[in-house]
Design a protein around this ligand. Structure first.
Ligand SMILES: C[S@@+](CC[C@H](N)C(=O)[O-])C[C@H]1O[C@@H](n2cnc3c(N)ncnc32)[C@H](O)[C@@H]1O
Length: 246
């Protein structure tokens, strides 16, 4: 199955940079289940190929999900692999756009989850997005954001972090995993994806001008956006996951 192969190779490529990717997804879904129970209505924000929704359905088969992303190639893989699954709806939207919520359902979500994505946004659209999420979640619902959130003043620890990641990356590459550029080249050469990859390149180009903030910054901004409580639920050196209760 071509789409399953792309799902697996996307996972391998992301794990090249995130050795603990599965661990953060596990903690994320632990929190979703604890807060929202066995049949949550979930928004998978900047879903890519739908990696989080796949794990959500494996763990909580009664869950439903709306996956939002802008990337035509990653959405093509998601649409292909979830083809017959009525539990998920995939929406193409740009989180930079003030009206990105136009395609969202009227009923509020129990959980919003996102990973390795919001650092692609600059600060102003991210603040607007946090306000939007406060409106899309039901009271008592949870938002989880796992991303690069380095703290200041820890150069020695972050040097160790970089060494750990580089060692892991080199080992994975020796075992055959594709890096980011290699993965996109491979996708482009698959006739199922060639046009979609060209469309992705036209959208994103080489611009990677998002902003990175420490976890405390996210926590403070989420409180300002109307969340009741926010805190770190997982951390591994420079990466962290912030959870916020609406
Ligand atoms: C590194 S991928 C992570 C995808 C998925 N969460 C995962 O962990 O596999 C980052 C995702 O953010 C999406 N993204 C970045 N900027 C976006 C925007 N402005 N609107 C919608 N999606 C965006 C990209 O298209 C990409 O799918």
């Amino acid at each position: 199955m071509v789409w399953e192969r792309w799902q697996v190779s996307w996972d391998r490529q992301q794990e090249l940079y995130l050795p603990d990717r599965e661990e953060r997804f596990r903690v994320m879904l632990d929190v979703v289940e604890a807060v929202a129970g066995p049949a949550p209505r979930v928004l998978d924000l900047a879903c890519g190929t739908g990696s989080i929704s796949r794990r959500l359905f494996e763990r909580l088969p009664e869950a439903t999900s709306v996956g939002v992303d802008l990337d035509p190639a990653l959405l093509t893989i998601a649409r292909g692999s979830f083809a017959d699954d009525a539990r998920i709806r995939l929406v193409s939207a740009d989180l930079h756009a003030p009206d990105w919520t136009a395609g969202m359902p009227d009923e509020p979500f129990d959980a919003v989850v996102t990973a390795t994505a919001l650092h692609w946004l600059t600060t102003e659209p991210l603040l607007r997005l946090y306000g939007d999420l406060a409106k899309l979640l039901r009271p008592g619902g949870v938002f989880l954001n796992a991303d690069h959130m380095p703290e200041s003043g820890r150069p020695l620890l972050y040097a160790a972090d970089e060494t750990i990641r580089r060692t892991h990356r080199e080992r994975a590459e020796r075992a055959g995993a594709l890096d980011w550029d290699g993965w996109w080249e491979a996708a482009e050469s698959d006739p199922n994806l060639t046009d979609a990859v060209a469309a992705s390149r036209a959208i994103y180009g080489t611009d990677d001008s998002g902003d990175t903030h420490p976890a405390d910054w996210h926590i403070a901004r989420l409180h300002e956006a109307g969340f009741l409580e926010a805190g770190v639920v997982w951390r591994c050196l420079g990466d962290a996951m912030v959870a916020a209760i609406r």
